[in-house]
Design a binder for this molecule. Structure first.
Ligand SMILES: NC(=O)c1ccc[n+]([C@@H]2O[C@H](COP(=O)([O-])OP(=O)(O)OC[C@H]3O[C@@H](n4cnc5c(N)ncnc54)[C@H](OP(=O)(O)O)[C@@H]3O)[C@@H](O)[C@H]2O)c1
Length: 257
């Protein structure tokens, strides 16, 4: 999809990957509608022309407000980037019900509900794209992050399903699976600390700007799945071909929390 002039609605756009996506889409001439809870940071990320709608995206009223305001302001939504998300560093069997529900509300139910609000408008115009920011953790389960992986597998499956459901309607769905990206994601995650090796892995992390550049390129070529950085595909292939080897490696990292 050509990006110039398109209306792009991005969740979690106040910092990290979402803010970098806002900058990358704006550079390509997109018109932006941004949402997250912190208004000041949204304004800084969006520049003078962006439409900013602050609020908690897990609340139905925020989702309805951001869609309504975007349609009133721009008359259309061409691309929805479901980016807002968070982690939970707790063993699945120990996680509280409250944290688990919070995680699913943000990582799964919010993107699903927002997609439900936006897709009818896209179908009517027979054009549009849903971009879901998943994770490599949605391609291979990480034992220090099991429930996060569950949410990202769910988001990946949702993306594939929407793509097939909407194939005849001119609406596309793209999944993005970043590996490690330098943002405050770990700091914002619920639960305890990740294993030391995972923290050290930050040395190999890509920047939010590199991740956003891959998102934008993916949109331009109507990609189905974007893995960023691209060598992530090799790790996914190894996990698929040799699951027992991969799982014992990951379990080993997890033992040394
Ligand atoms: N960083 C990584 O290594 C990595 C790797 C793979 C996938 N991802 C995925 O990439 C996405 C973005 O992550 P990030 O690294 O950029 O994380 P981040 O730096 O923590 O940013 C998260 C964004 O989500 C917003 N947000 C959080 N809770 C919200 C809520 N209840 N309502 C509305 N907005 C909310 C935050 O804004 P406010 O606080 O202002 O609301 C912020 O803009 C997530 O889906 C994450 O799972 C990240």
């Amino acid at each position: 999809m050509q990006i110039e002039g398109q209306v792009v609605l991005i969740t979690g756009a106040s910092e990290g990957i979402g803010a970098a996506c806002a900058a990358a889409f704006r550079k390509r001439g997109a018109r932006l509608s941004l949402t997250a809870r912190s208004e000041d940071r949204l304004r800084a990320a969006g520049g003078p022309d962006a439409l900013v709608t602050p609020g908690d995206i897990t609340l139905p009223e925020t989702r309805e407000r951001v869609v309504r305001r975007t349609l009133e302001h721009y008359g259309a939504i061409d691309i929805l980037v479901n980016n807002a998300g968070m982690g939970l560093y707790t063993a699945a069997w120990q996680a509280s019900d409250e944290d688990t529900r919070r995680l699913f509300e943000l990582n799964v139910f919010a993107p699903l509900a927002l997609s439900r609000l936006v897709i009818p408008h896209m179908r009517e115009r027979r054009r549009g794209m849903i971009v879901n920011i998943g994770s490599m953790a949605g391609k291979m389960t990480l034992p220090w992050f099991t429930l996060y992986s569950v949410t990202k597998y769910a988001l990946g499956s949702l993306t594939e399903g929407l793509r097939m459901e909407l194939l005849a309607d001119g609406v596309h769905a793209m999944l993005v699976c970043p590996a490690y990206v330098k943002t405050s994601f770990q700091k914002h995650a619920m639960g305890s600390r990740p294993p030391a090796k995972v923290v050290k892995g930050k040395n190999f992390a890509i920047s939010a700007e590199e991740c956003a550049a891959d998102v934008v390129r993916g949109v331009e070529r109507n990609a189905r799945t974007v893995v960023t950085p691209r060598y992530g595909w090799i790790i996914i292939a190894v996990a698929r071909l040799f699951p027992s080897v991969m799982q014992s490696q990951l379990a080993g990292i997890n033992r040394h929390v």
